[in-house]
Design a protein around this ligand. Structure first.
Ligand SMILES: Cc1cc2nc3c(=O)[nH]c(=O)nc-3n(C[C@H](O)[C@H](O)[C@H](O)COP(=O)(O)OP(=O)(O)OC[C@H]3O[C@@H](n4cnc5c(N)ncnc54)[C@H](O)[C@@H]3O)c2cc1C
Length: 506
């Protein structure tokens, strides 16, 4: 009896993590990655000799999936944690400490909120109205701005919640789903009339010493895909780059993929397929066989952004930054969305070259593509201008790098959870088909790995069922109807800057 063949489309962290589990489960796996390198949004390269991530730079350590994967790879010893967890918000022209007691910007400690001076006196005076207002109805999903604004006033949305959510989604509070982007807060809000009390409840239930919020690798988080791919190959799998999948079709025995250019197409057959690519290419691939899923996927919007990394001589800073960085609310009207002092956040970078300070500036929000329609030099100039304004930096950086992420971050807009349920139901109707990745139940790295685990489990169960039926792949496959993905991410932390150690729900 021949070993089943599974193709994973997409060599980002979700595709690789799924491939690894499927290979370990005994199937022959081929990962087909369209671009010239694996890793997707995980990629590291050197700036002035320092390994600084171009995309994702840290993963949440309070969800198990990322750390479990690293442990399973035998690389837990290579992990590092941030050296500081203190971060700030630029508000009313000055850097202010993010008030303690908040969860993704939703405050629970009014005294801390007042002393942070993030809000204007009028904005601050509006907040306690939450304690006396009647309950806000919980019906269909609403936007973050609608729910939080109704309870706490617009300034809390603009100056706290949106910048913190912006660190994850680069999105707009008017569009982002309250249920999908603040799931812990939304769940608590169902059982409390006051949003402040709801967040107080979340904080009271949080462990006292939950340990580090984030982890990364000494060589950057971008080393993780290579480690996973190595493990796929060690388990007998194949990882191909430059293998763009253009079409996916069912056959009587399984699936046929068309790979490569239209002029020189290659057919690849598989018993099962995991589609682990962003929503737009997933929609194109599923259009023929799962059109209902394709239609929904095509409606998931993405934000584009750029990361400008600058390596400054340490002398450029009059005083070295002490915090890990700061977030910039859109209402401040600055060109930069967030600043991360990488050499402060990650002590191994500072130890590697104490004479340099590496800084990452994020530029671009959903709906503000214009901000990115500039040359690399202009983006670098915008980042330098920001650092001159807030840190008084008036020297030239030793080296700079611009990393552009067109369509980098899916927007979990109002109705996202229902949309994902419809996608999963349509995919589940197709035997031997699974989806994984950032478009579904959380875009952080551990959440993507969770979708990979679910996809691998689904595919392996399908192969097992086919085997027990005597090898007919496409019999009645109603039993494949496992429409559930992993549970949604419980309040994604802020990827820009540092995340907020004691402000996280978990
Ligand atoms: C700038 C930035 C910073 C971030 N920071 C953090 C962070 O600090 N922490 C965190 O947890 N998360 C962070 N994220 C989010 C996280 O990195 C991503 O959500 C996650 O890595 C996505 O993984 P994925 O495997 O789902 O998709 P991707 O990484 O997008 O991988 C999908 C792969 O599929 C390939 N592909 C597409 N179409 C095809 C096709 N037709 N055929 C073959 N291959 C195809 C692509 O080339 C790509 O390699 C960040 C994201 C960005 C953009």
């Amino acid at each position: 009896m021949t070993t089943s063949h599974v193709v994973v489309i997409g060599g980002g962290i979700a595709g690789l993590a799924a491939a690894r589990l499927i290979a370990r489960g005994g199937a022959r796996v081929t990962v087909l990655e369209g671009s010239a390198r694996i890793g997707g949004k995980l990629h590291v390269s050197e700036v002035a000799g320092l390994p600084v991530d171009e995309g994702a730079e840290s993963m949440l350590a309070r969800r198990p999936e990322g750390l479990d994967l690293v442990r399973d790879l035998g690389r837990a010893g290579d992990l590092v944690n941030p050296g500081t967890t203190s971060s700030a918000i630029l508000s009313h022209g000055a850097l202010r400490r993010i008030p303690s007691g908040q969860v993704m910007g939703v405050p629970s400690d009014l005294r801390a909120l007042a002393s942070s001076q993030v809000l204007s006196p009028a904005g601050l005076a509006r907040v306690p109205l939450d304690l006396v207002l009647p309950e806000t109805p919980h019906g269909a999903d609403v936007s973050v701005a609608d729910f939080v604004g109704a309870r706490l006033g617009r300034e809390v949305v603009d100056r706290l919640v949106e910048p913190l959510l912006g660190g994850v989604y680069a999105g707009r509070a008017e569009l982002l789903s309250f249920e999908s982007t603040l799931p812990a807060v939304a769940a608590a809000a169902r059982t409390h009339r006051s949003l402040i009390s709801a967040v107080q409840g979340i904080r009271a239930a949080a462990p006292q010493d939950p340990g580090p919020v984030f982890a990364s690798f000494r060589g950057g988080l971008g080393v993780l895909p290579g480690l996973v791919a190595g493990d796929v190959e060690a388990a007998g799998g194949t990882v191909r780059t430059g293998a763009m999948v253009r079409e996916l079709r069912r056959t009587p025995d399984g699936w046929r993929l068309t790979v490569g250019s239209a002029r020189d197409p290659e057919a690849v057959d598989a018993d099962a397929v995991v589609v682990a690519v962003p929503a737009a290419p997933a929609a194109r691939l599923l259009d023929a066989e799962a059109p209902a899923a394709a239609r929904e996927l095509a409606r998931i919007e993405y934000a584009s952004m750029a990361i400008v990394t600058l390596a400054y001589p340490a002398t450029a800073f009059r005083r070295l930054p002490r915090g890990s960085g700061y977030l910039v609310p859109a209402v401040e009207g600055r060109g930069v969305k967030a600043v991360t002092f990488s050499s402060v956040k990650w002590p191994h970078l500072r130890d590697r070259d104490p004479g340099l300070v590496a800084v990452r500036c994020s530029i671009g929000r959903f709906g503000d593509e214009q901000a990115l329609q500039r040359s690399d030099d202009e983006l670098v100039a915008a980042a330098m201008h920001e650092l001159a304004l807030t840190c008084g930096v008036d020297e030239l950086p030793a080296e700079t790098r611009v990393s552009r992420w067109g369509g980098g971050l899916p927007q979990y807009n109002v109705g996202h959870a229902d949309r994902v349920a419809r996608i999963r139901a349509a995919v589940a109707a197709q035997p031997g088909l699974a989806v994984a990745g950032a478009a579904y139940e959380g875009l952080g790295v551990p959440a993507c790995i969770a979708t990979a685990r679910a996809a691998a489990g689904r595919v392996l169960e399908h192969l097992e069922r086919v085997k027990s039926r005597g090898g007919t792949a496409h019999g009645s496959d109603g039993e494949d109807g496992q429409a559930e993905g992993p549970r949604p991410e419980p309040g994604d932390p802020v990827h820009d800057v540092v995340g907020l150690p004691r402000e996280e729900p978990r």
